[in-house]
Design a protein around this ligand. Sequence first.
Ligand SMILES: *Cc1c(COP(=O)(O)O)cnc(C)c1O
Length: 421
Amino acid sequence: MYKEMGISEEVVRFGEEIADSLKERFQKIDETAEYNQMKVVHAMQVNHVSEACLYPSTGYGYNDIGRDTLEKVFADTFHTEDALVRPLIACGTHALGIALAGNLRPGDELLSPVGKPYDTLEEVIGIRESRGSLAEYGIRYRQVDLLPDESFDWEGIRQAINEKTKLVTIQRSKGYQTRHTLSVAEIGELIAFVKSIRSDIICMVDNCYGEFTERLEPTDVGADLMVGSLIKNPGGGLAPIGGYIVGKKEYVGNAAFRLTTPGLGKEVGASLGTNAPFYQGFFMSPTVTASSLKSAIFAANIYEKLGFAVVPNGTEERHDIIQAVTFGKPEGVIAFCQGIQAAAPVDSYVTPEPWAMPGYDSDVIMAAGAFVQGSSIELSADGPIKPPYAVYFQGGLTWQHGKLGILMSLQKVLDAGLVEL
Ligand SMILES: *Cc1c(COP(=O)(O)O)cnc(C)c1O
């Protein structure tokens, strides 16, 4: 079949050798998935998820039993008091935006103790001037960068915290930066430190790409709020839209008053037809995340063996599903992305090319042949065409498909004359 798909025998053989060497690693990932599968099913059972929960609601959405029960399922899975899980949340940035805007007031300070946040949040916060940003409402922002060895700058953080500090935002995943992704244990240490200075500071974690990669989540180690996107891990590839916010009841409620309006909060917001795919996607999420982790580890080991720099490396523990591969030249990034596209179930026949996308300071190439537009729990890759010419790869709803994508990328990189096997 691989031959029929356009992958040569030498690529298949090279891939098989690597895959064989990863069996023990994959078994550990399956054990984590098994644990997390129990967490989700248990939460569904104790909350009496019933057939009626899967039906759509319309209009105001009062008494939407499916929506309200789903929020209890999220809250119980992540061990929090409350949850907001809605199709009205357009994406991860929107979820983070309302969690921030709902909980900050004029005069408050927001602190990021882990360096610069994800690109799209720069405009939410007002780091880059933007209409409607938190800065326009008189909310100040402070940032403490990680130290050169990527550890926390404890002294810097202590000095940055003052009586105005209201909320600390901690991004788990590296996003498009070169730092490592924070483990849940590291996040726990950081939260404990912040709380030791002032226990009333709200600690929020941007959990994008991190859900179910470990047994514990940031809410198990003290996070007051945790936020993510449903077209990443916790949507399991089935959620067609949406975001979630879980945490302390008061803070989740504040975010809901921003999502809808003061007074209405969580009471309104019809789920339309999203209840069924939200439940089923959350149910699938632990194993889908495991498939993405396996695909990322396979990619790391393939490209590491060929001499490219990979982050994380082939043997490191994983705390999210993102894999970076540095090619050092544009042709590598382009060939890799074209391979990922050629392996897609949707739009496999198109060839992605770099272009000047709005919001970026260089040309960018993106490969996405997804069932849900832009979904990055599905097999996808992208990279800016600028030094160090790194590509960011993520997803794979099934390990078998992730493997195909990586083999196809390798075939294209090989065909472009960039490596020899
Ligand atoms: C994806 C992501 C977001 C939100 O992005 P959207 O594209 O708006 O869903 C925020 N933070 C991190 C770290 C992310 O990976």
